[in-house]
Ligand binder design. Structure first.
Ligand code: CAA
Length: 768
């Protein structure tokens, strides 16, 4: 039986041993190594205790902070893989290392750096997750450490490689100097987790870089390259050689200069210089509205930055802490942290853990130079891969290369690419009419017209020419991967790579696993996704895979709402207010109504006999209203490409509804959201119970990254959890009574609701 007292006592005793930090000295004599106490306080709450137990496992036999002495300079290295997060024990270890280095008369300066591939990627997000769900001890507070560093009588140089993010940058800004390698990147990405910088970043950053820069970084969460950080005054020097050696040299130099060594907190010049705080705040609000619509944290970050200018340092820090605490327990923070871990979980497909890592993909062969093919080719060349783009038509190839060049030119004009980089990327794409080189390629991606017979013949033709083990992928969005695999002698190497348009921009990649697809092939596809900076999610080979399958009930219910009295504008506005990037009718117009028309005919199982069928969409297509491409769809599009409502569509809807005698109603925004999204959630639960998605959180990743679902709501399944599955089931049941069998509750959804569980606990229980 659970006994809190004994667990508390156990954790307390553990807290004294595992957190000891060993400092390695020049002698490297373990007997001479001094041990220091961590002095952590542990509260007797169970999750906190559990975390302590986990930490014990983590920290056992491992030193989180290691100090080496190099002729008068202490090199303090944080060793907390994989990203040197500021987990419990790291701040304490650093504080102790600084204390000892300061006390050692033989030492003149201190360098702080990270072990492995990075400096420090911030606070430990696992700990923040506990905090967001009100588990574990309170917010980590590294104020004492930052103060100790800044007050250190010896110069402290922060040596940055990889990334210095969130708490990592905040740590760096407390140092007297910051040096970085050219490839390093820095940032305050906390808003992406629904919080604001919580370790004085909103107070030090405007002092170093000015209010405008701080606003931009804290509101957008975007990272800066080292060169930009230098220009912004956040970094003092870029070191081109070996970071450790050069940082030590830099530290010696600054110590010889005799100081005074600048404390960031004492800088106020840039705060005063801020041409107008109100202007900076207005810019920040505008940025937040554009890039982080409906999110709380960016606005709170602005408030904290305002405090930096209005208050003395200590008071500003206290204000920042209050605002941080308001954010960290918000629904938005929970949802965004869920998204962070969900995105990392997709790379761990069950059954792949023991796989040897596949050799990296270097050469890709894309077949078909239409919109998808050229987007895929660009995604590959942007990632530094060599790519052949093959089409049987010279005209299609020429058109593709012109479109690709135009895209790169526009990136140059917008300052996103230098002409040299654009030229390099262009050169990596080799247009060709034949299959030359295909026999040595690692991955072939077929992106020909969505026609089963055509694709079958491509697969048959290619199979014999490819090297053993070459992955043969189809970019189909609707056709069966097993059917294509059957055309080959290598079904284990066949899978789907479902890119989303535009393929070089959209982050989502559905990796479709056929019956025979091997783990090796999936591992290669996941590695390729990562290389292309995409989120690859493994899904099963069912109609519409996962993303599009859930779209059917969503689109259909939206259309039924029109037939029952709503307008396209009203439905779209309600969905946008909910947080969707675009309304469903805008999305359909953008994708092309003819595309969905064709898919509807191919996937008849989504409009089973007896089920209600939408009346309007087919008619629009018959009228040649294919959406944006034809200037008319659910909306009419003017010269500027902006949608406006069209009385003809309204009339058509009215006529068809009257003919079918559909009763008319008025709808609230909430009713619109429930009718559309609950259909999608119910289908998501079916996908899960049928095994087409491995986790509920995979569905969330798909919808946030490919379908414009708001990340701050966590994705559809997480959203259902936050509404409460019991309530979701009650509402769906009432829809079933009103509208019939298409609203039958998914057995899994009902079972979870009845047992008081949710999708999150489903994922946890299934160990995925
Ligand atoms: N805390 C805990 N774990 C972290 C972490 C963090 N801050 N950052 C990354 N990780 C973990 C990931 O979960 C992943 O773990 P698994 O291998 O177990 O899945 C592992 O590190 C590697 O991460 P990625 O797969 O993302 O590796 P990558 O090389 O593609 O990217 C990265 C590395 C750029 C650091 C990226 O992980 C990232 O952006 N991390 C988040 C950084 C961040 O948001 N920092 C701010 C934290 S909040 C904060 O600091 C509050 C404050 O003000 C005090």
């Amino acid at each position: 039986m659970y006994q809190p007292e004994s667990k508390w006592a156990l954790a307390h005793s553990l807290s004294r041993s595992p957190s000891r930090l060993v400092e390695r000295s020049e002698t490297d004599d373990p007997a001479a190594d001094a041990l220091c106490e961590n002095g952590r306080h542990v509260r007797p709450d169970v999750p906190g205790v559990n975390r302590m137990l986990a930490q014990f496992r983590n920290m056992n036999n491992r030193h989180l902070v290691v100090t080496e002495i190099e002729t008068g300079v202490a090199v303090v290295r944080i060793e907390n893989p994989p990203v040197n997060a500021l987990s419990d024990g790291v701040a304490e270890g650093l504080e102790e290392a600084i204390r000892r280095a300061e006390a050692d008369r033989a030492l003149r300066a201190i360098v702080i750096m990270g072990a492995g591939t990075t400096f420090v990627a911030g606070a430990d997000i696992k700990q923040l997750e506990d905090l967001a769900w009100s588990r574990g001890p309170g917010a980590p507070n590294i104020h004492g450490l930052l103060e100790k560093i800044e007050n250190c009588t010896k110069p402290v140089v922060m040596a940055i490689h990889g990334t210095a993010l969130g708490g990592g940058l905040e740590l760096a800004m407390a140092g007297h100097y910051r040096v970085a390698v050219r490839s390093a990147r820095i940032g305050q990405p906390e808003v992406n987790l629904g919080i604001i910088p919580g370790a004085e970043g909103t107070q030090r950053l405007p002092r170093l870089a000015g209010v405008e820069k701080a606003v931009e970084m804290c509101v957008t969460g975007k990272l800066l390259a080292a060169a930009d950080a230098l220009e912004a005054g956040i970094v003092d020097a870029i070191l081109e050689g070996d970071l450790r050696t050069d940082a030590i040299g830099y530290a010696r130099q600054v110590s010889e200069s005799g100081g005074p060594h600048r404390k960031t907190r004492e800088q106020r010049a840039l705060l005063r210089q801020a041409s107008s705080m109100d202007d900076a705040m207005r810019t920040g609000v505008e940025l937040a509205r554009k890039l982080k619509r409906n999110q709380i944290a960016p606005l709170k970050a602005l408030e904290a930055i305002r405090a930096a200018a209005a208050m003395p340092f200590e008071e500003g820090c206290a204000r920042e802490r209050e605002l941080f605490n308001e954010c960290v327990t918000s629904d938005q923070c929970r949802a965004l942290i869920h998204g962070f871990f969900a995105e990392r979980a997709v790379t761990k497909f069950p059954g792949l853990s023991n796989q040897t890592l596949p050799s990296p993909v270097e050469h890709v062969f894309v077949i078909g130079a239409g919109t998808m093919g050229r987007g895929i080719a660009m995604a590959c060349s942007n990632a530094g891969l060599n790519v052949a783009l093959r089409d049987s038509s010279r005209a299609a190839l020429d058109a593709a290369m012109i479109a690709i060049r135009k895209d790169y030119d526009s990136s140059i004009q917008r300052g996103r690419l230098t002409p040299a980089v654009a030229a390099e990327r262009m050169n990596k794409i080799r247009p060709q009419l034949d299959y030359q080189g295909i026999e040595t390629t690692d991955v072939v991606i077929e992106a020909v017209f969505e026609d089963l017979e055509l694709k079958r013949s491509v697969f048959r033709e290619l199979d014999g020419t490819l090297k053993p083990g070459c992955i043969l992928a189809s970019n189909t969005s609707t056709l069966s991967i097993d059917e294509l695999a059957r055309q080959t002698e290598r079904p284990d190497c066949v899978l789907g790579l479902h890119f989303f348009t535009p393929a070089h921009v959209m982050r989502l990649l559905e990796i479709v696993r056929g019956q025979a697809t091997s783990s090796r092939a999936l591992a290669i596809a996941l590695t390729l996704a990562k290389r292309l900076s995409k989120v690859g999610v493994v899904v099963g080979n069912g109609p519409g895979f996962v993303g599009n399958r859930l779209m059917f009930p969503y689109m259909y219910e939206a259309q039924f709402l029109l037939e029952e009295g709503a307008t396209p504008e009203q439905v779209d506005r309600a969905l946008r207010e909910f947080g969707m990037a675009m309304g469903i009718f805008q999305v359909e117009d953008m994708a092309g109504l003819d595309v969905a028309w064709r898919v509807r005919r191919q996937l008849r199982q989504f409009s089973a006999p007896g089920d209600r069928k939408p009346l309007v969409a087919d008619k629009l297509c018959e009228m040649g209203r294919f959406g944006q491409k034809s200037g008319k769809g659910w909306y009419t599009y003017g010269e500027d490409g902006k949608p406006s409502s069209d009385p003809q569509v309204q009339e058509l809807i009215g006529t068809l509804s009257r003919e079918a005698a559909i009763p008319q109603h008025e709808f609230t925004d909430n009713q619109i959201v429930e009718r559309t999204l609950y259909g999608l959630i119910n289908e998501g639960a079916r996908v899960l119970e049928e095994g087409f998605a491995a986790r509920a959180s995979d569905i969330d990743v798909i919808y946030v990254n490919g379908y414009g679902f708001p990340g701050w709501r966590g994705g559809p399944m997480f959203y259902a959890d936050s509404v409460g599955l019991k309530r979701v089931v009650e509402t769906i049941t009432s829809f079933e009574h009103e509208f019939g069998t298409r609203w039958r509750v998914s057995p899994l959804l009902r079972q979870l609701a009845e047992s008081g569980k949710n999708f999150r606990s489903f994922d946890q229980e299934h160990g995925t």
